[in-house]
Design a protein around this ligand. Structure first.
Ligand SMILES: Nc1nc2c(c(=O)[nH]1)N[C@@H](CN(C=O)c1ccc(C(=O)N[C@@H](CCC(=O)O)C(=O)O)cc1)CN2
Ligand SMILES: NCC(=O)N[C@@H]1O[C@H](COP(=O)([O-])[O-])[C@@H](O)[C@H]1O
Length: 207
């Protein structure tokens, strides 16, 4: 089972875009009682707002771009080494739009979590809000899970429900999901870092 080896716990956050989930963690970490600090932010692309948010907060950043490596395996290894160099207790994929390999996950067993804008196991992949809207569900939401080698199939840590409104667009729905997602992420990551967690079969227990 994972152990939290540092106080405060060390978070490495991976992003690909605007980084509002990252920002929520950065804000929460300002309170020493939160029990965690972001020690590095990584991305798979340059010039994203998520990296700028980290730089403004004085946090080290790194970029590992797939196109700058000879193969997917070489990219994955470079990413793994960069993350490992920061000795994370927890790796948070926060809008990170690349699949990570089984080797990556083995290096940080049960320590890699991802936030997804749908209620798993429904609507996996990169179109969670659009797929929920198209299907016609009346409620959707967000899920934090322990990442495994599948796509959004890992053990569920936390979920939050969001109502779908009659006049929702993909954008309006995703924005409302993101409000719930940030609160869910901050709450669950804080509790994991302060209380520890265990994974048994499909079940995750905090504390
Ligand atoms: N092993 C896993 N890695 C990741 C997971 C996961 O569940 N298991 N979740 C993602 C986020 N994600 C959806 O939740 C997701 C991200 C990206 C893709 C995808 O097909 N990406 C393409 C590239 C797309 C791009 O660069 O814009 C790819 O990886 O080649 C699917 C699902 C985080 N990682
Ligand atoms: N499948 C992965 C996926 O859809 N991820 C989603 O991208 C958004 C990133 O927002 P942010 O960059 O503002 O945190 C979040 O809603 C996250 O769940």
């Amino acid at each position: 089972m994972p152990t939290v080896d540092h106080t405060p716990a060390r978070l490495v956050v991976l992003v690909s875009g605007s980084g509002t989930n990252l920002q929520a963690l950065l804000d929460a970490c300002e309170d020493p009682a939160f029990g965690a600090k972001v020690v590095a932010v990584g991305a798979d692309r340059f010039d994203v707002e998520g990296l700028a948010r980290a730089e403004r907060a004085g946090i080290p950043t790194f970029v590992k771009q797939l196109s700058q490596h000879d193969s997917r395996d070489a990219w994955d290894l470079a990413l793994r080494r960069a993350v490992a160099g920061f000795e994370p207790d927890l790796v948070v994929l926060a809008g990170f739009m690349k699949l990570v390999s089984a080797d990556f996950l083995e290096a940080f067993e049960h320590r890699v979590v991802n936030t997804h804008p749908a209620l798993s196991p429904s609507f996996p992949g990169v179109r969670g809000p659009a797929d929920a809207l198209e299907y016609g569900v009346k409620v959707t939401g967000c899920t934090l899970f322990v990442v495994d080698a599948g796509v959004d199939t890992g053990q569920i840590i936390a979920q939050s429900v969001v109502e779908v409104l009659d006049d929702d667009t993909v954008e309006s729905l995703h924005e409302r999901i993101k409000v719930a997602e940030r609160a869910m992420l901050v709450d669950a990551v804080g509790r994991m870092c302060r209380e520890g967690w265990s994974v048994e079969g499909r079940r995750v227990r905090i504390g």
